[in-house]
Write a protein that binds this ligand. Structure first.
Ligand SMILES: [Zn+2]
Ligand SMILES: [Zn+2]
Length: 415
């Protein structure tokens, strides 16, 4: 099915063109129109060739059975007909405002704003209402939605349809006993003939380019900076010399947690500190590894919401976090009955914290309390494993945005 295969690659390229012109209403509309038609053409091209395709009836019928009940796929067919025969989609320019006061208190609302309105103007409009408190951190995300599909941002919606079609082509190729075909290289370079059943990492539905963050306490923007580091075998060798060798053999986050605690302790003994690290898993493989950095509590809230964005973009099904944290062995409340965070308590203790969670609902929290001797050596106490009363859910606080995102992905049926 070389024609269908090429058309799928066209869709990939068109998706990037649409993403690149997100802030230009007419260019965005133009690329969206092409993409919606392109996606539909993939199935047309397959149907044209069905007589030559091995086991067509089987895998095509499976596809139709799977996608027919999905509202998103019905929208795709309807929208294509509308664009070809009637008119454009009714595009709405929205801003999603996420306000985070702490791990528990947060709010998300969508507003319609003109596409060229600045984030400062949007925030001014929202906070002119004295009922909206100025604490925590707020994120403004730009989004285009179709009036007929109000719950989906359009890069997200079209990416989902692209994934369904990739799975269809994957099944068709598998039935013919091939994984992929040789095709000419394209622009951008990520548009290859590889057919993936997973979301492609280059199709970022939560790009930093479309988000702005403001710390409400000081009124300043928080900017996001990403440094990519390429694995360098000489550096690995150097690290092994410095810390000793260790290997993480586990294929999932839950089993990896105790192994990562061991390696984190080795690093801690040598360096006297440990930078935060997060590994994302999908289907038993590590798909992402980052060191999330932040400079204050609002930055930390923001960072973990951005991690949830990343989990969604990668469709990761598991995460492990290694971080230095404050911890207190019991629950103390303030005059209002609210729990006092360990960082604000006199009896707080330093811990290495390893937390792991999966989309299927598994949770592990390991706490390794430590003290510093007079000569500066690190002395570890006994590791506490949870989640339970002691190493409980409060220790998993930073993961709450990710848990919520998994729930939303489940509700939308994104597998
Ligand atoms: Zn092919
Ligand atoms: Zn790409």
């Amino acid at each position: 099915m070389p024609t269908a295969h090429k058309r799928l690659m066209d869709c990939h390229a068109m998706w990037h063109a649409m993403s690149a012109t997100y802030m230009e209403p007419d260019d965005f509309r133009m690329h969206l129109n092409s993409l919606v038609q392109g996606l539909r053409n993939v199935t047309f091209m397959i149907q044209k060739q069905k007589a030559e395709l091995p086991d067509y009836e089987e895998w095509y019928t499976n596809f139709v059975r799977d996608v027919t009940p999905k509202p998103l796929m019905r929208w795709a067919v309807k929208s294509r007909n509308r664009i070809v025969k009637e008119s454009d989609l009714e595009l709405l320019s929205e801003a999603k405002i996420r306000w985070v006061a702490n791990w528990i208190t947060k709010e998300e609302r969508k507003f319609t704003f003109p596409p060229r309105m600045s984030s400062q103007q949007m925030l001014a409009a929202i906070f002119s209402d004295p009922g909206n408190p100025r604490v925590g951190v707020v994120t403004v995300s730009r989004r285009w939605v179709d009036k007929a599909l109000p719950d989906y941002e359009l890069l997200h919606a079209t990416r989902e349809i692209f994934i369904e079609l990739s799975r269809l082509l994957y099944a068709g190729h598998a039935a013919a006993g091939v994984e992929s075909c040789a095709m000419d290289s394209r622009d951008p370079a990520c548009v290859t003939s590889n057919i993936s059943v997973h979301p492609l990492l280059c199709m970022d539905i939560n790009s930093a380019l479309r988000q702005e963050h403001v710390d409400l306490e000081d009124g300043f923007g928080i900017s996001e900076v990403v440094h990519s580091i390429t694995r360098d075998e000489r550096q690995v060798e150097k690290a092994n010399k410095r810390y000793g060798t260790f290997s993480v053999t586990a294929t999932g986050p839950i089993e990896a947690a105790p192994q990562l605690m061991k390696s984190a302790q080795m690093v801690m003994l040598k360096d006297k500190n440990h930078m935060p690290m997060v590994w994302s898993y999908r289907d038993g493989k590590i798909v992402d590894m980052i060191s999330p950095n932040f400079f204050d509590q609002n930055g930390k809230y923001l960072m973990f919401h951005r991690l949830a964005d990343r989990v969604e973009t990668l469709r990761a099904d598991g995460v492990v976090l290694v971080i230095e944290a404050w911890w207190a062995p019991d629950d103390k409340r303030d005059a209002q009955g609210l729990p006092i965070p360990p960082r604000d308590r006199e009896d707080r203790q330093e811990v290495l914290h390893v937390a792991a969670a999966t989309r299927a609902g598994e949770r592990v929290s390991l706490l390794s309390p430590f003290s510093r001797s007079e000569s500066g050596e690190i002395v570890f106490g006994e590791t506490i494993s949870g989640p339970d009363e002691d190493a409980g859910l409060s220790a998993l606080g930073p993961f709450l945005p990710i848990f919520e995102r998994w729930k939303q992905m489940d509700e939308r049926g994104e597998r």
